[in-house]
Design a protein around this ligand. Structure first.
Ligand SMILES: NC(=O)c1ccc[n+]([C@@H]2O[C@H](COP(=O)([O-])OP(=O)(O)OC[C@H]3O[C@@H](n4cnc5c(N)ncnc54)[C@H](O)[C@@H]3O)[C@@H](O)[C@H]2O)c1
Length: 315
């Protein structure tokens, strides 16, 4: 692998107030970059900025809604005026809309694609233009997902958005590469972040979703106390740095992501069916069993009482 000669001095990260984006901001800052930490949530971006300052490194926080093209234009103008052209842009902001395809409304699709796919398109456009005009080497890192390789029944909108990010990345490599700008797609498997907490779950018993989120919080709190987590967002941050260092096209992170990446090539039929057992009813059934095992004294969620009873759903 050939090393690029990029030494990131200025790095812009979207969705950097939590999870993977925060870990990426911390890593690039630790390596000496000034990091522009942006997020939809200004307070969480400021918290990441404070963490970086507490480590004696450089950062500034900004609010950016990646779905808003004019906010991107204004943000890019401000970054240019205050700091110059970024060496690295990390399009990380994202969220998960899950549920059976027939339960997803046009608004659900609109939300999923405007954050996860169009948010990345807008970022590549405004900062790609700055990098091209600048004439220096630059790099864009897009956070896709293992869902870009493996079809999953209850995550059709999310999977489509991430497959789009991966394809966009591969198209842009051809357009931007000759201009000295690398573009990479990072495809993580399961990572311990707040993505479940922020997710929109359509057509599933609301009480079950709430209890599942509560259980996840408890597991995450326990995992945070371990010296090393196999689901750490820092795995993705390291992959992002590697992608910039070696101008990598597609970088799977964790075993399940590598499995999907290889199955897609060597056994596409198996890859197409591997997630088939996942459907909303099965997920609800397993979820209830897990919750009963953990907390046998607690009351059953509404949907578990009788098949014919109406189920409270998230919409
Ligand atoms: N956690 C995983 O298992 C996993 C796996 C593969 C890919 N990913 C991807 O990693 C990225 C980061 O997710 P995460 O797991 O750290 O989740 P997270 O919820 O912890 O962080 C996502 C951040 O994005 C921000 N955000 C959401 N909508 C936004 C918008 N419109 N504009 C700006 N910021 C917005 C949120 O405020 C939040 O701070 C996402 O693109 C996600 O799809 C996550």
């Amino acid at each position: 692998m050939k090393r690029t000669n990029i030494h990131p001095e200025l790095v812009v990260v979207t969705g950097a107030g939590s999870g993977i984006g925060r870990a990426i901001a911390l890593r690039f800052a630790a390596a000496g970059a000034h990091v522009v930490v942006s997020d939809l949530n200004r307070d969480s971006a400021a918290a990441t900025e404070a963490m970086i300052h507490a480590r004696g490194r450089r950062a500034c926080a900004a609010r950016l809604d990646v779905t808003d093209p004019s906010a991107w234009e204004a943000f890019a103008r401000d970054v240019l005026a205050d700091h110059g052209v970024p060496d690295v842009l990390v399009n990380n902001a994202g969220m998960l809309v899950s549920g059976a395809f027939v339960d997803l409304t046009p608004a659900d699709w609109d939300r999923q694609l405007s954050v996860n796919l169009l948010g990345v398109v807008h970022g590549c456009r405004v900062f790609g233009q700055q990098m091209i005009d600048n004439g220096k080497r630059g790099h864009i890192v897009n956070i896709a997902s293992a869902a870009a390789f493996t079809p999953t029944p209850v995550m059709s909108a999310y999977s489509v958005s991430k497959a789009g990010v991966k394809m966009l990345t591969e198209c842009l490599r051809l357009e931007f590469g000759p201009k000295g700008i690398g573009v990479s797609a990072i495809c993580p498997g399961v990572i311990n972040t707040n993505i479940g907490e922020h997710a929109v779950t359509v057509g599933v018993d609301e009480e079950l979703v709430a209890r599942g989120k509560e259980l996840t919080r408890r597991v995450q709190d326990a995992a945070a106390k371990l010296p090393f987590s196999p689901l750490s967002p820092d795995l993705v941050a390291r992959a992002a740095q590697r992608a910039v260092r070696y101008d990598l096209a597609v970088v799977p992170v964790r075993a399940e992501a590598w499995l999907g990446y290889f199955l897609l090539r060597i056994a596409p039929g198996v890859n197409r069916r591997i997630a088939q057992p996942l459907d909303v009813e099965r997920i609800e059934r397993v979820g209830r069993r897990v919750l009963r095992l953990i907390d046998p004294t607690s009351s059953e969620p509404a949907g578990a009482q009788a098949i014919s009873a109406p189920i409270e759903v998230s919409r």
